[in-house]
Design a protein around this ligand. Structure first.
Ligand SMILES: CC(C)(COP(=O)(O)OP(=O)(O)OC[C@H]1O[C@@H](n2cnc3c(N)ncnc32)[C@H](O)[C@@H]1OP(=O)(O)O)[C@@H](O)C(=O)NCCC(=O)NCCS
Length: 181
């Protein structure tokens, strides 16, 4: 077992289970990701572009189970997946010590403290992982909640790519952040 499941308590006192994603969660996880792609302007993937087939989604989850420097966690409440965080370790020999983080929550679960809990658990895991040394991520410059939790978790802004994202003619900068683990 790569990650021991654990319960965390949110700001509203609800308890949510954080655990590794299993292949049999593929459809439930796909539905959750689809909802936050629709409800958030801060994930650079449109709902129309996110159309993995069942086998593709299962293979994606299996990859996290097999890959020593990678982890995919889900947040579960009353048997429903309400959010996820992934750390994708590089497959390349010269970058295996690095992993990129992505995450998202169903809209009704944002600003509850859940994102901070997921991030904290992921960093704790990365710190214990013998391969990983650097975790990094990319975030919309306008994503206030995202940037706040990353800063609180010890990430430092290491760069900006101006106008990297473009939506309906409006440009937004991309901020790159990293942290040693
Ligand atoms: C980003 C995300 C994962 C954060 O998770 P969360 O559970 O909402 O975050 P938390 O409740 O743990 O913390 C949010 C913090 O940001 C603060 N915050 C919220 N909106 C903010 C804003 N617009 N500007 C600045 N800070 C803000 C909150 O006050 C809180 O800080 P505090 O704990 O000091 O009070 C979640 O909001 C989400 O899924 N967003 C949509 C998808 C997304 O943006 N994914 C990340 C892509 S990089």
């Amino acid at each position: 077992m790569k990650f021991k499941p654990r319960s965390v308590r949110l700001k509203d006192e609800r308890s949510v289970l954080l655990r590794m994603a299993l292949v049999e969660n593929a459809e439930a996880l796909r539905r959750t990701i689809q909802t936050y792609l629709i409800s958030s302007p801060y994930v650079p993937l449109t709902p129309e572009e996110f159309t993995p087939g069942p086998q593709e989604e299962e293979a994606w989850i299996q990859g996290f189970i097999d890959q020593e420097n990678s982890l995919l966690l889900v947040a579960e409440y009353e048997n429903e997946i309400v959010g996820n965080i992934d750390l994708t370790g590089s497959h390349r020999m010269r970058m295996r010590h690095t992993g990129m983080i992505g995450m998202g929550l169903r809209q009704e679960w944002r600003n509850t403290g859940l994102g901070s809990h997921l991030l904290r658990e992921m960093i704790r895991w990365a710190e214990l992982n013998p391969i990983l040394e650097i975790v990094w991520l990319e975030v919309y410059a306008t994503n206030g909640a995202g940037r706040r939790i990353y800063e609180q978790a010890g990430f430092q802004q290491i760069g900006t790519v101006p106008d990297f994202f473009k939506s309906e003619g409006t440009y937004t900068d991309k901020v790159i952040m990293s942290r040693q683990v």
